[in-house]
Design a protein around this ligand. Sequence first.
Ligand code: SAH
Length: 263
Amino acid sequence: MNIVPKKSLGQNFLLNEQIIKQIVDLGKITNDSIVMEIGPGTGNLTKEILKKKPNKFIAIEKDKILFSKLKNEFNLNVELLNQDVLKFNWENFKNQNIILFGNLPYNISSKLLIDWVRLSNLNCIFSKLILMFQKEVADRIVADVNSKKYGRLTILTEWKLEAKKVMDIDPENFFPKPKVKSSLVYFKPKREFFNFKNSRNLEKVTDIFFQNRRKMIKKPLNILFKDSERIIQKLKLNNSHRPQNLDSLTFFKISKEYEDRIN
Ligand code: SAH
């Protein structure tokens, strides 16, 4: 391979054929499917996806050199975009029910996830998302309430998505070997979810709580509300709890109160 992987673009190419097959099979691609891939890189996953003959395939690659190599290799039935996925306009893909794959660049993976959660019509853009994260981030996404890893990323994910860790993947399966373990997470957008006027209210509330992760919940509540006592009574909160003891539904309710507090 005459490619010098760029660290700045999180280039760790997945080499293990067995794992690549397993990942692509999870998509259950049919000839009706619209499939997208973020960061196709050297095309390892791309080749396997195309074997399933989806109706449409779109890939977004930021690296110009890799992009032109891919362009030469896959010409006909592939729409390749030389773009930064962080600037991609997903709203244009309403009602497409995309099956999304991505061995994501680790430096942007949680930002991307939060960008998706913010999309008001996430559940009609994607039918499933099959994504690779560094293990530490995946563990935070799927963490249980009352655990150390439970936090903002867990709650924001749970708001819009069902998330399941499929497997951990050792560094040996990539080139170059990343320093950390990776994990594959399977997401399905929820049809029904808690309704906010502005998702930033949930983001703000979880921010304040988890900046005070070790404090009892009275402290963040006092920061957020003038009448925190009323909120404690109304939502039957336990004063001695810490943020990690509140389930996501409780965070949604607190955020709703925060959103309505002016009235
Ligand atoms: N899917 C391939 C490559 C994964 S490495 C494989 O599994 O082998 C991550 C890929 O994402 C690289 O190809 C990198 O160039 C690309 N990438 C990094 N940042 C990006 C961005 N902001 N937008 C689009 N692609 C990006």
